[in-house]
Design a protein around this ligand. Structure first.
Ligand SMILES: Cc1cc2nc3c(=O)[nH]c(=O)nc-3n(C[C@H](O)[C@H](O)[C@H](O)COP(=O)(O)O)c2cc1C
Length: 189
């Protein structure tokens, strides 16, 4: 059994999403220590504080999945130099009600891809601010602004570009090491 469960949150559910493809490639890079589980976020209703008192089952499930995860990997597209409404909505649900932030203390990392020149750098900068507010302990380096090209992902769903594969394996490896550090600190506390 893997030592750590990593929840993967992807900010796009559109058919053919390049971030979904990248996330699937990343989930193959964890090695024996990590089991990745993508968290479903597209059945969460649009956040409305009126629903907080009796939230729908999808919200309860999402919060429980966050709490059960040893770490969280965010894979974000860039919309108008920020994150997608889908991702922001999930962050709002997980952070509430006040005083019961499910994200608190979780180790996290961010990756994102676009075909454009900015490569999600602006979205990731916004997301770092948001995740800091949610008390997610981010490991930032190495920053991963992935340029999406047709040959990035192979037919088997793995990261086919050798340079990107090696870089992203290092990124995921450092993240898993960070998850272990946070887990050990929590145990010792
Ligand atoms: C509303 C909207 C805003 C966008 N804004 C940006 C942007 O600011 N920077 C960027 O690089 N791409 C932008 N794009 C293009 C996305 O990077 C592109 O659609 C990408 O494929 C989205 O990720 P996905 O394939 O995982 O859904 C935007 C797309 C949409 C639909």
């Amino acid at each position: 059994m893997a030592r750590f469960t990593i929840g993967v949150v992807v900010g796009s559910v559109r058919k053919g999403s390049i971030n979904q493809k990248l996330a699937e490639g990343l989930m193959k890079l964890g090695g024996p220590d990590a089991e990745f589980r993508q968290l479903k976020i597209d059945d969460l209703p649009m956040f409305n504080q009126d629903l907080e008192a009796e939230p729908p089952a999808s919200v309860e499930r999402f919060r429980n999945e966050i709490r059960a995860a040893d770490g969280l990997l965010f894979v974000t597209p860039e919309y108008n130099r920020s994150v997608t409404p889908l991702l922001l909505n999930a962050l709002s649900w997980g952070s509430r009600p006040y005083g019961h932030n499910s994200f608190a203390g979780k180790p996290g990392a961010i990756v994102g891809t676009s075909a454009g020149v900015i490569r999600t750098a602006a979205a990731q900068a916004h997301l770092r601010t948001l995740l800091g507010v949610l008390d997610i302990r981010l490991i930032v380096q190495p920053e991963a602004y992935v340029h999406f090209t047709d040959d990035l992902i192979g037919p088997d769903g793995a990261i086919a570009d050798e340079k990107q594969h090696d870089f992203l394996k290092k990124k995921i490896g450092k993240f898993i090491d960070w998850v272990a550090v946070v887990a050990a600190a929590r145990k010792a506390a």
